[in-house]
Design a binder for this molecule. Structure first.
Ligand SMILES: [Zn+2]
Length: 291
């Protein structure tokens, strides 16, 4: 068992640059793949530069160890691997996006949510517009903080899976599923503002938190919601309970994390990696990724 853990830890260490002595303030973990996060050095100017990636504003912060400005860039799952750049102050700062092959997942869903009718499509379009407004917002907010787990339970579906519903390819899994029992607590993973709540066609009862600087969390399939739009929450505050509303095959929390409108792997933002996270990262890394 010990050797297995050592192997997992060594894989984990190889996947991140400074994980051995990384302070919590050093998060998120750099993982420049589609669905990951790139940390791009922007130099040591006196003022925080305004930076963009794909024309969208990105989070900028001071790197504690080098005292340089650093862009924290969410990379969309659909981004092509290869050379990319952050634009700031009229300059281009290049970085490399590595390839990553996410595994496939085939699901059989025996309900109305697979092929919606025209009325349902109209509802879905209006919901996408409301969600898009949240995902593309960029607020000052509070200083960004590493995240805690929003629910207790095993991880039942990894981030990034290529999904097939009843044999038809659909959008990849853009969040992380935590198999917690119905009625168990969902807590804010870090401080933020409740910017949207509602009952959504696919996602069921959902809460959106704006953590500031383009970092947004979404919690789906909830049984009950105990917060309201406009509420300010701290890490650990109750948001509601786990359920199976919307397109869900059973009770679980689907947690999406979005950075500069790119859905990224929530594991990269967690402050205290647990064993489940190590094994999850191990599964996602082994044989599926190359430099
Ligand atoms: Zn999910």
């Amino acid at each position: 068992m010990q050797s297995v853990m050592q192997f997992i830890v060594s894989v984990f260490t190889a996947a991140s640059l400074h994980s051995a002595d990384l302070p919590p303030a050093g998060l998120p973990l750099p993982h420049p793949v589609p669905g990951g996060v790139a940390l791009v050095d922007l130099g040591n100017g006196t003022e925080a530069p305004q930076a963009t990636f794909n024309g969208k504003a990105v989070m900028v912060r001071k790197d504690a160890t080098q005292n340089h400005w650093q862009a924290v860039v969410g990379i969309p799952l659909k981004q092509a691997p290869g050379e990319a750049f952050v634009a700031a102050g009229g300059q281009h700062y290049p970085f490399a996006i590595r390839d990553k092959a996410y595994p496939e997942q085939h699901l059989t869903v025996k309900n109305k949510h697979v092929n919606p009718n025209e009325e349902q499509l109209n509802r879905i379009r209006s919901e996408f517009a409301r969600m898009g407004k949240v995902y593309t917002s960029f607020t000052d907010g509070q200083p960004w903080q590493p995240m805690m787990w929003p629910a207790e339970g095993p991880l039942s579906s990894a981030f990034g899976l290529k999904r097939f519903f009843n044999g038809e390819q659909r959008n990849p899994h853009s969040g992380l599923d935590i198999a917690a029992p119905a009625g168990s607590n969902i807590r804010a993973p870090s401080a933020g503002t409740v910017v949207l709540t509602g009952d959504f066609y696919f996602n069921g009862n959902s809460v959106f938190l704006d953590h500031g600087h383009g970092l947004i969390s979404m919690f789906c399939h909830m049984q009950g919601i105990t917060v309201q739009e406009g509420d300010q929450v701290q890490a650990g505050d109750l948001l509601g309970t786990v359920g199976a509303t919307g397109r869900a095959t059973g009770p679980h929390l689907h947690w999406t994390v979005s950075l500069n409108n790119a859905r990224i792997n929530p594991l990269l933002m967690l402050a205290h990696p647990g064993e489940a996270e190590f094994s999850q990262r191990f599964t996602a890394t082994a044989g599926a990724e190359h430099e």
